[in-house]
Design a protein around this ligand. Structure first.
Ligand code: AMP
Ligand code: GLY
Length: 423
């Protein structure tokens, strides 16, 4: 098969690593890719939000399957174009991707279909949004409606801060994404990310992971795209996963099909384990990053049949994907200053050494300079992943690899996996 993989992050490096191992793969083309993927496929400089350019590339290489990593490509309508060209696409249409790209849509959808989530309201002007705060109590949850790279959510400790966030969001801080705000009930509990491979009608679950969204140790500091993850996450027990499949994933697929937007691709369900059971925090229309990295390392066997079956509409004929025993952990090595203003250009040495069979280092924001040296070119730069018999062993291996990478311009959290260790 000829496969086109879209994206350039750690998530896509992990997908490329897994797809490259498939006996079904004849040719793997990656657009735009990153330096870590160089040995895995052919890199083509088409940007992930250039739906037209990507569709043309898929035609040029006679793609049998297009695998879409980031939400930008989905929002730009890549899956719609590919469907019109009869090219199987792993990833939802722009309409179905609204489960991620519009929080107002996804909250309305959850409510219409009786799927458990926090109560909410949607507001377009500052005065009515502020007045609506009367119905809630601290901490207040304020969200920009559209895509804001994981930074469009504020949890405000008091009313003054909540009003400030409303003014900021509706005041143009996020452009179009902030034209409306969602105010939500605060949910108390532990979070987990569950991943469902969907074919438009049904899903097989590929397991779950726990992310670490705050920048610093002890879950302090600003929200980020994710500073580390591990899988399996004890918070997603078998019972929780079964309940989420029955009460969230299947009703979502039924509801989307009934609304004329069948959902194909991976559905990322952010769950909060509340006293009343698991509730949806958010949906994403893509794999999580860095959750994807740990899932790809846990997956025992070929991923391509699953991706293709989702794209074609018959994944429910496949058994749940087999996962390796043990635990995989991922520690994100980020450029100092991330998430607000990452410092780029610093040299990274030792990231491409052989770390042995239990460790993989996936690239995200890396580049090569004129002399071929690896330099930091983004916020989240490397995903250092390790497998082990348990969390402690996986974690020891991941941090040993980090210690062996010489990058004074980087920082990471030192407590990835703490919730699992403290159980
Ligand atoms: P989101 O982008 O919607 O996933 O929100 C980012 C993060 O904010 C989530 O992962 C949660 O940690 C937190 N969060 C979002 N909504 C709520 C809520 N209603 N109650 C508590 N925490 C929330
Ligand atoms: N790690 C969270 C996300 O990908 O949205």
């Amino acid at each position: 098969m000829n496969i086109l993989l879209v994206g350039s992050g750690g998530r896509e490096h992990a997908l490329a690593w897994k797809i490259a191992q498939s006996p079904l793969k004849r040719r793997l083309v990656i657009a735009p890719g990153n330096p870590g993927m160089e040995g895995l496929g052919e890199m083509r400089p088409v940007k992930a939000d250039d739906a037209e350019g990507l569709a043309a590339l898929a035609q040029e290489i006679h793609a049998d399957l297009v695998v879409v990593g980031p939400e930008a490509a989905l929002a730009a309508g890549l899956a719609d174009r590919l469907t019109a060209l009869h090219i199987p696409c792993f990833g939802p249409t722009a309409k179905a991707a609204q489960l991620e790209t519009s929080k107002a849509f996804s909250k309305g959808f959850l409510q219409r279909h009786g799927i458990p989530t926090a109560g909410y309201g949607v507001y377009e002007d500052v005065a009515s949004a502020k007045a609506a705060l009367d119905a809630y109590s601290a901490p207040y949850v304020i969200k920009a409606d559209g895509l804001a790279a994981g930074k469009g959510v504020a949890i405000s400790p008091d009313r003054a801060d909540a009003e400030f966030e409303i003014e900021r969001m509706l005041g143009g801080r996020f452009g179009e994404a902030g034209a409306r705000v969602v105010i939500e009930e605060f949910m108390d509990g532990e979070e987990g990310s569950l991943f469902a491979l969907c074919d438009g009608k049904e899903a097989v679950l590929i397991g779950g992971a726990q992310d670490h969204k705050r920048a610093f140790d002890g879950d302090a500091g600003p929200n980020t795209g994710g500073m580390g993850a591990y899988s399996p996450a004890p918070v997603l027990s078998e019972a929780v996963v079964a309940e989420a499949h029955a009460r969230v994933v299947q009703p979502t697929l039924d509801g989307m099909a009934a609304e004329g937007a069948p959902y194909r691709g991976v559905l990322y369900v952010g769950l909060m384990m509340t006293a009343e059971g698991p509730k949806v925090v958010e949906f994403n229309a893509r794999f999580g990053d860095p959750e994807c990295q740990v899932l790809m390392m846990r997956l025992d066997g070929d991923i391509v049949p699953y991706l293709l079956a989702c794209a074609r509409g018959d994944v429910s004929h496949l058994p749940p994907p087999p996962l390796k025993p043990g635990v995989v952990i991922c520690v994100v090595f980020a450029a100092k200053g991330y998430p607000d203003s990452p410092l780029t250009g610093s040299i990274i040495r030792g990231a491409e050494q052989d770390f042995g069979p239990h460790v993989q280092v996936f690239h995200a924001g890396t580049q090569r300079d004129a002399e071929g040296r690896l330099i930091a070119a983004g916020g989240r730069v490397l995903s250092v992943c390790a497998e082990g018999a348990d969390v402690a062993e996986a974690r020891e291996r991941a941090y040993a690899a980090i210690a062996a990478i010489d990058w004074p311009g980087g920082f990471c959290r030192s407590d990835i996996g703490w919730r699992a260790l403290n159980r």
